[in-house]
Design a protein around this ligand. Structure first.
Ligand code: HEM
Length: 444
């Protein structure tokens, strides 16, 4: 007889109450599942749902058995309506080939170039702020990261298009979130208002991508990611390149994966800095060593706190608050048999606040990530970018963007939180601050 790891008491047969419970409080439910053991289990109708709660088990699922634990059917079905066969969803040989072709767009030489664009785009946003102005930093950081990704991926200055593009991105995110949380999934062709809305929003992004592809083909320049991937060939594989359709799927995937998450992370950084005045003051003092000069890639070593703040924020508020997997064959975890088709999920938000792996886990202590301390952090206990072969391709890009934006903004403005109390988490597609991060901006 199969034995299962510990699980919660469910009030309906076959655990049919669990999806509702999870939907109404995903993080509270995941914390409760964590408290049950290193691995916990619940049955939801026909599905066995496992949660892995230790770095060792996370390594096993995401690294050692990464070929067995793939992307989930539901995730693929929903996200492919926007991303097609992009890198987040593809699997096997096709995924490997696409990753090989795209990887050079994220090498260190390229990042140095992107850094210049990141600072330019941050400056454009800063220029629109006035002393004593009330701002929502979630919105401002979203405009910043949208500007950055549009320029680097497509060579587009969003400018007048920003609202149209921002609305499309937002609509896609709301529709996908709704589909992820609904139990029933309606077919894509049904003319439901939400499907029509989603298709219109995807068409806005497709139009932008098509314009960017035509521009790069006409002008033959390769300094955008879309142009590089269109021109690249798989030298280690079949010696061929990507079709236009594949390039479109990869572009929309990177566009969607690349800016919401970074914007949410930056908004949380400012929130934590405002809440921790001593850290904020120390950071500003370090930033001032650059004497107001716009930072570049090389300057990051002179402001080590920027990286420490970014990493500590990603520990406390990981935008990818859950990372799901599904077993494509029967396997074993921690002595339990895991049936084919079972889900095995990790929750960076829960793991990274576990007192077994982090002292004073709910406190904002960026120095845990200092050069002297970082090695003490357990491997696979800090996993905001996932783990193993499917870990985020944009990790260095995102960390660099976070550091440059933090430094550039801190050179020009100091924020005061315009909200009493704690800002709650909103676990939608990214883990966002509920209601944004309202501040008053003081020019320096
Ligand atoms: C703070 C910002 C970011 C966070 C927290 C984040 C998080 C993640 C996580 C957790 C995964 C793994 C998903 C899984 O294993 O199922 C992932 C994958 C991915 N991310 Fe990011 N990401 C960020 C920024 C970016 C950026 C800036 C880009 C691109 C410009 C990007 C592009 C991707 C892509 C394409 C994948 C799929 C990689 C593959 O499967 O080969 N991400 N990201």
């Amino acid at each position: 007889m199969t034995t299962f790891p510990p699980g919660p008491k469910t009030t309906m047969p076959l655990g049919l109450d669990f999806p509702e419970k999870f939907k109404s409080d995903p993080l509270g439910t995941a914390a409760m599942m964590r408290d049950l053991g290193d691995i916990s289990h619940v049955r939801m109708g026909p599905i066995d749902w496992y949660q892995v709660n230790t770095p060792e088990l996370i390594k096993e699922v995401f690294v050692t058995k990464s070929k067995i634990f793939g992307k989930t059917d539901r995730f693929k079905k929903i996200l492919s309506t926007v991303d097609g066969q992009g890198l987040v969803l593809s699997e096997g040989e096709f995924w490997l080939r696409q990753r090989r072709i795209i990887q050079p767009s994220f090498n260190h030489e390229k990042l140095a170039d992107y850094g210049r664009i990141m600072v330019e785009k941050t400056d454009e946003i800063i220029e629109s702020w006035k002393n004593d102005q009330k701002l929502d930093l979630l919105e401002e950081m979203t405009h910043t990261t949208l500007g950055v990704i549009s320029k680097i991926l497509f060579g587009i200055d969003v400018g007048a298009d920003a609202k149209n593009l921002g609305d499309a991105v937002n609509t896609i995110s709301v529709c996908l979130y709704r589909e992820f949380s609904d139990i029933f999934l309606f077919p894509e062709w049904l003319p439901l208002p939400s499907k029509i809305e989603k298709h219109k929003a995807v068409a806005v992004l497709d139009d932008m991508i098509e314009r960017a592809m035509q521009k790069s083909e006409k002008e033959g320049e390769h300094n955008t990611i879309i142009a590089s991937i269109l021109a690249a060939i798989d030298t280690e594989g079949d010696g061929k390149g990507m079709t236009r359709e594949q390039a479109r799927d990869e572009a929309i995937t990177m566009f969607n994966a690349g800016h919401d998450s970074t914007a949410a992370a930056l908004a949380w950084c400012w929130y934590l800095l405002c809440k921790n005045e001593a850290v904020y003051a120390e950071f500003v003092a370090q930033v001032d060593m650059l004497a107001g000069k716009p930072p570049n890639f090389m300057d990051l070593a002179k402001v080590p706190m920027a990286m420490e703040i970014a990493k500590e924020t990603l520990r406390l508020y990981p935008p990818a608050w859950t990372v799901p997997r599904q077993a494509n064959e029967e396997t074993e975890l921690d002595g339990y048999t895991i049936p084919k088709g079972a889900l095995a999920n990790m929750f960076p938000y829960i793991l990274q606040r576990d007192p077994r792996f982090f002292d004073r886990p709910d406190e904002f202590i960026p120095s845990r990530f200092s050069k002297d301390n970082e090695h003490k952090i357990h491997n696979f206990a800090w996993v905001p970018f996932g783990a193993g072969p499917r870990a985020c391709i944009g990790k260095d890009f995102a960390l660099m963007e976070m550091q440059l934006v933090l430094i550039r903004v801190a050179q020009k403005f100091r924020f005061k939180l315009n909200y009493d109390g704690e800002i709650e988490v909103n676990p939608i597609i990214s883990l966002e601050p509920k209601g944004g991060v309202p501040v008053v901006a003081c020019a320096r």
